[in-house]
Design a protein around this ligand. Structure first.
Ligand SMILES: CSC[C@H]1O[C@H](OP(=O)(O)O)[C@H](O)[C@@H]1O
Ligand SMILES: Nc1ncnc2[nH]cnc12
Length: 290
């Protein structure tokens, strides 16, 4: 059921893409359960894409409750090879201001108790994750932002996204610790999402939409949901335009990606000796290697 090569996961405040045409809602079932919501197949800039509201269209799922494996596997089942992750983040740097956009190139995992792999049950794999974001896809996203010439909005290329567990926001001690590490932005959802995309050999890049200065900045109030949503609403149209331009560029010239062969040197178990049930469950991921 190859429907599209391009997937979009909309984060907080981005629960739909207004520009999507010829919409079809698809309830996708996966071996890892149901995704956060129906996948919305539609045409954007003449290209078929799959859109998923990360928290559900009514924002009913906490970061800790997200069915990360089902979300990524569902995208894989639809044929997705490039995944754009839109995410609301807090800024950890003075120069990264609310409403700016960041295309990170690194993550620090501060999540707890999240299942971060499709593997196990008799099949062991260790993907390379030194460069967790697809460099070539990240360039397309960054160029798409720059092309919009958004007034008073800066695009920051590169940077480190700290992924915390949540749902409570950070303490000042945590926020300043992350700043001392040189991290750029903070969110609650891009891991294990990016790890699972890599295991699924899907190129992944984040469009991080800065909504606040978290709780460290002496001249700004501590982050609240109201603050995040208000800034997301101010930036929602810009975010959709950026995603639309990214899709246009991707469909014109899909970049190569190391992610597309991520499992080639990662599977440790001799698949001839692996449990049949697990091979069937992971069939979509393993079909090139069996
Ligand atoms: C509403 S503020 C916290 C919430 O927003 C971000 O979600 P997403 O990454 O899906 O845009 C953050 O990760 C938290 O889930
Ligand atoms: N300050 C913050 N911390 C974690 N996730 C966020 N999403 C938006 N702002 C955030």
């Amino acid at each position: 059921m190859v429907e599209t090569r391009i997937g979009i996961i909309g984060g907080s405040g981005l629960y739909k893409m207004d520009a999507l045409k010829n919409i079809e809602e698809v309830q996708v079932q996966t071996p890892f359960g149901s995704p956060s919501d129906a996948l919305i197949l539609g045409t954007l800039e003449g290209t078929r894409v799959a859109f998923l509201a990360r928290h559900g269209r009514n924002h009913t799922l906490l970061p800790s409750e997200l069915p990360f494996r089902a979300n990524i596997y569902a995208m894989k089942q639809l044929g997705v090879e490039y995944l754009i992750s839109a995410s609301a983040v807090g800024s950890l740097k003075e120069e990264v201001k609310p409403l700016d956009m960041v295309v990170p190139d690194q993550f620090i995992d501060r999540t707890k108790n999240r299942v971060s792999t499709f593997f196990g049950e008799g099949i062991v794999a260790h993907i390379a994750f030194g460069d967790p974001i697809c460099k070539n896809l990240a360039v397309v996203v960054a160029e798409a932002i720059a092309s919009q010439n958004l007034p008073d909005i800066t695009v920051h290329r590169g940077g480190t996204y700290v992924c915390m567990e949540g749902p409570a926001f950070s303490t000042k001690a945590e926020s300043n610790l992350y700043r001392s590490w040189g991290a750029t932005v903070i969110g609650m959802t891009n891991l294990p999402e990016a790890k699972l995309a890599r295991e699924a050999e899907i190129a992944y890049a984040t469009l991080a939409l800065v909504t606040d200065y978290d709780c460290w900045h002496p001249d700004h109030d501590n982050v609240t949901v109201d603050m995040v949503i208000a800034n997301l609403q101010r930036n929602a149209l810009n975010a959709q335009k950026v995603i639309q331009e990214t899709v246009r560029r991707l469909s014109e010239n899909p970049p190569s990606s190391d992610a597309h062969s991520a499992l080639k040197h990662a599977i440790l178990t001799n698949l001839d000796k692996a449990p049949t049930a697990t091979k069937e469950k992971l069939g979509l991921l393993l079909k090139k290697y069996i």
